[in-house]
Design a protein around this ligand. Sequence first.
Ligand code: FAD
Length: 322
Amino acid sequence: MSILIFADQAQGKIKKAALEAIQYGAKTAAQTGTTATALVLGPVDAAELTALGNYGVQKVLHVADARLHEVETIVFTKIIAAAAEKEGAKVIVFPHNFDGKAIAPRLAARLKAGLVAGAISYPDTSNGFVVKKSVFSGKAFANVNITSDIKIISLIPNTFPLTPGSETATVEAFSPAISDGDFKVKVIKTETVSGDIPLTEAEIVVSGGRGLKGPENWGILEDLAKALGAATASSRPVADAGWRPHHEHVGQTGLTVRPNLYVAIGISGAIQHLAGVNGSKVIVVINKDPEAPFFKAADYGIVGDAFEIVPKLTEAVKQFKQ
Ligand code: FAD
């Protein structure tokens, strides 16, 4: 049994969620006495590939084909299946990001493999192959025993911190048979829709709700986010009202985030919002209503007017960083 990890890249740089998946796959391989190989598709520099050894893989399979610079789920599924067969992989790990969410289920169907989508634990192999995931919008956990021959896991980003070492991996070129006809979807244009830090990968997220009263007041939130090096997010009504773009909306019907720090400003803490953020390691809530439900989920709460508190917090962060 070997372990294959799909490591997605953007503009030639391996994504942070993919590095976490590599580290997870490598640790699982060590735990089960097997080897781990990362699979990278598209043009990526050799130095970037060998550096993946820092996260525990001995080998990187690289398909350098320039047509793979954008993710095309149908072709990617075909290539990952071919790589899994070549490596004799019995466990395949994905990051649970947009790419992993799109490809892992397709691959599972193709390989008739069991899939745990959104894993938050290492497999427990003491009695089967049991992986934990959160269910019912984070209200409960399920321990899923994958009994199929091939097992697929997608790992929620920010679940395990990266602890890079100083190893280098061997890079092996891989040339699966793919033709132009395999590409069913053509990417016409790519637009960057978030700020400097992708929301799902951010370690700190500063998020605003209807308590901020209108889009013209988002400056105070953005100043705090900039001081903290954070990504910005919002509640759904804020996006529905057009105050902020929909790709920033977190919750049951939006993105799920698991940052180390989630700062909620003027958000009531409805269950549908919590569903997308309650995996955050530390939650700070700023709300003028001491009865706001969000305080029950908070690690730290500040009762007061956001318009007074947030600028002071930003100043304090700037002072602290000097
Ligand atoms: P409000 O509920 O209006 O809360 C505003 C808060 O700001 C209040 O707590 C208030 O005390 C506080 N406040 C006001 N002024 C200040 C001030 N000056 N300083 C500090 N605090 C202040 N919501 C999501 O967010 N994400 C989802 O994915 C989502 N999916 C949903 C799916 C379904 C099927 C349904 C039915 C609802 C969904 N919702 C979702 C909506 C959700 O139920 C809540 O209505 C929403 O989260 C509330 O947004 P809010 O907290 O920004 O606004």
